[in-house]
Design a protein around this ligand. Structure first.
Ligand code: X2X
Length: 338
């Protein structure tokens, strides 16, 4: 045996010794390693359940497909992550249709029309049905891949550090953080507040330094991001529901063989349903927990808010922007709006 082959042989031996000492799924580097960026803290159910999906994917594909989760805006804010996704630097990103996605696809924001959804069953029927199919086809046309099941963020509530919000009058002049989105800005302007568009990555510090007085998010986020540390009041407005599409860069996705893609997609979609259940559990349990941490809650009658929006022309404006066809599809689920 010459020097080369002896060294070669020794290296092979070392490699197989390492391989056999590790569990099977780590035996070789994954053929496909996808990064997923999310915009909420680690403990949020979105991250908990995408991590469970990642584990099951590793097992089910014998380690061929790896999903690496980067939570809490580690890879940048929403605007950055969305650019990275489109460029292929980031393979997967969970993003709301009403958020930065609407800067590319304005009609993706349609579920965010104020006070549209009466309850979860109505919402899931729509998003898992014809309405969701319509929205996903627009995302596909824009060149992105989207998983079938949407992940729950939740019904949104207004928090602020100034006063409880009981009626639209209480919102007058209040400096409100909203995500980077024309619809969100329009909604809060129409209600009389002064909205500022800020990515979620900056929200805690914007509240802490009083760049804004308030923000709006579901209880699971208020809790995971510890917004109760920098907010006093939480008014249960339920003014909007929001969720995350699981988006994938098209070129990266198409590099994966079809049978593997089906397996991965099936697992991701399955965990989306489990995440929805966990969000529902948190929605009902978190109020007392957050109250114990000092957040002051009040219930809100949505009727005067809806009336203010109608009078301001909000519904007419957005109906014209989204178009009659999409609006009709929305109203099929929500009933007449405006
Ligand atoms: O930016 C927000 O407020 C968040 C985290 O709820 C969204 O993704 C829309």
């Amino acid at each position: 045996m010459n020097t080369y082959s002896r060294r070669h042989f020794a290296a092979l031996g070392a490699a197989s010794a390492i391989a056999t000492s590790l569990p099977l799924r780590h035996a070789r580097a994954a053929e496909f390693s996808f990064k997923l960026g999310t915009n909420v803290p680690d403990s949020h159910p979105l991250n908990v359940y995408v991590r469970k999906a990642a584990e099951e994917i590793a097992q089910a594909t014998d380690g061929r497909f790896e999903l690496k989760v980067f939570a809490n805006n580690q890879l940048g804010g929403d605007s950055d992550m969305f650019s990275q996704l489109r460029a292929g630097a980031l393979e997967c990103f969970t993003l709301s249709g009403v958020n930065v996605l609407s800067t590319l696809i304005p009609s993706a924001a349609i579920w965010g029309v104020g006070f549209a959804w009466k309850d979860y069953p109505t919402l899931w029927n729509a998003l898992d049905g014809q309405f969701g199919t319509h929205l996903r086809s627009q995302i596909t046309k824009a060149g992105l891949v989207v998983m079938d099941r949407i992940w729950d963020n939740g019904f949104r509530q207004v928090t602020n550090s100034v006063r409880p919000i009981n009626s639209p009058a209480d919102l007058q002049g209040l400096k409100m953080r909203v995500p980077v989105s024309a619809l969100w800005t329009s909604l809060f302007k129409s209600l009389g507040a002064s909205p500022t568009a800020i990515n979620f990555a900056e929200v805690y510090s914007a509240l802490q330094t009083k760049i804004v007085d308030g923000q709006e998010n579901p209880p699971a986020i208020i809790s995971a991001a510890k917004l109760y540390e920098v907010q006093k009041y939480c008014s249960l407005t339920n003014h909007m529901w929001d969720g995350w599409w699981f988006l994938v860069n098209r070129r990266a996705w198409e590099s994966v063989p079809a049978d593997l893609r089906d397996k991965v997609a099936g697992i991701i979609n399955k965990y989306a349903l489990d995440e929805r259940e966990e969000i529902a559990r948190q929605n009902s349990s978190l109020q007392s927990e957050l109250a114990a941490k000092g957040l002051v809650f009040n219930n809100v009658d949505p009727a005067p808010f809806r009336e203010t929006l109608s009078k301001s022309g909000f519904y007419n404006e957005w109906r014209a922007k989204f178009g009659e066809e999409a609006w009709a599809l929305l109203e099929l689920s929500t009933g007449k709006l405006g």
